[in-house]
Design a protein around this ligand. Sequence first.
Ligand code: SF4
Ligand code: SF4
Length: 473
Amino acid sequence: MVNDHEHHSHEDAALSSLATLMPDGSRKWLKPKLAKGMHYHRRKLVAYGLIALFTAIPFIRIQNNPLFLLDIINRQFYVGGRLFLPSDSVLLMLLGVSFLLAVIGVTAAFGRFWCGWACPQTVYLEFVFRPIERWLERKSKIWATFLRYVFNAMISFFIANLFLSYFVGVDALKLWIFESPGEHPQAFLLVACVTGLMLFDFVYFREQMCTVVCPYARLQSVMLDRASWLIGYDRSRGEPRKHGKVKTEGAGDCIDCGKCVAVCPTGIDIRNGLQLECIACAQCVDACDDIMVRIDRPKGLIRYDMQSNFNAELQNKKPWHWRQLLRTRVVVYFSLVLVCMAAMTAIAHERNVFTSTILRGKGEPFTVDASTGLVRNLLLLRVVSRQAEPLQVMISITSEKENTSSLTWVAAENPMVIKGNARTESALFITAPSSSFSEGRLPVRVIFRDLESGHENRADFILLGPHAPESTP
Ligand code: SF4
Ligand code: SF4
């Protein structure tokens, strides 16, 4: 029988080094076995549902707008079919804050549920790449390695294109794919690089992405508390470990079969306690439940439970109740998410259906008509639509200083016509008497009014003109 002291020295050794690191510092390649238990079948359903969803999202349109698109090149972001521009900084900030709060809230309530059940890294690795590898190994030992690379390259190419479609849109991507690389050399290079990165990640890097790179794992310790719902090993029930099916006096339920370690995709031993490498995939739960059934002991030696229950003595364990989800911390996080979302909805509802910008025209800042003394400024107006339908935006000018009737303006088109979710630029000439200028400046206000909704944008602009001659006493 292994005594407690020996157990602790094993744990200390295990915890003092990375599970995927050999004593000589080289990488320990993992080849986790598969435990097909209840959680695995549920995760499989969720994973294939998510893969279908991830694939469908770039193709879904709402009122002709993409459901979700982060078009960084054109600085246009679509969320839920609504267009957000960099000028919507408050909305984008609220969106980011709500996302962050939701992540913290879900982690406080359910631990790393996201990692094991919904993260694309886990979903594609555990339910696409690994199943294909296992299938190939069963079919052909000789061709397995070669075919594995062919399949991996094909899937990586598909995922790379899918990933890019979230940033450039499916229409642009179709052109990149179906037209000659010579016509889009930069796009071709981009697709090739992203495919290479996907191959590197899913074929070589694998669990290192979760255990070394992903910052979420490192932050989990500050997000969890004693009531968080986690995967853990019930030490008070499992220890001391004892090999063999027959239970002896004083022995725990763990028979030290090692199945929970053999199935772990990050190579850790959950019996050593909560570790940042654990992605909560529940493979160890399925593996251990299967062993418990075989040796006729209750399931749940490794299970989902509150963190406090894993540390408590057997008699002090409290059954989990959904009321745990209503603890102050979790309620505060989700209330803040709701507040942010309500603020976003109110701001989005009130915001204008277009944005407008005024630039000074190129060339001379102003011209003076010698015969009439009128000063002419050239402005460049830019209007960006935020709606799918076309807009008609009427331009008018006012001035607090000058009688509006003495100002005249001519736009290249007035009203400006802007296609749905597009931008239009138009020249505008404003003419004012030279006597209106004080120290060569005349402040005016340019009003952009959408003829249909009545939404207005007002922008102040300084017209430039000649300095008035010094007045004689
Ligand atoms: S699978 Fe269960 S019984 Fe086997 S070593 Fe892990 S905890 Fe112990
Ligand atoms: S310890 Fe269990 S839940 Fe955590 S990653 Fe390993 S198998 Fe998955």
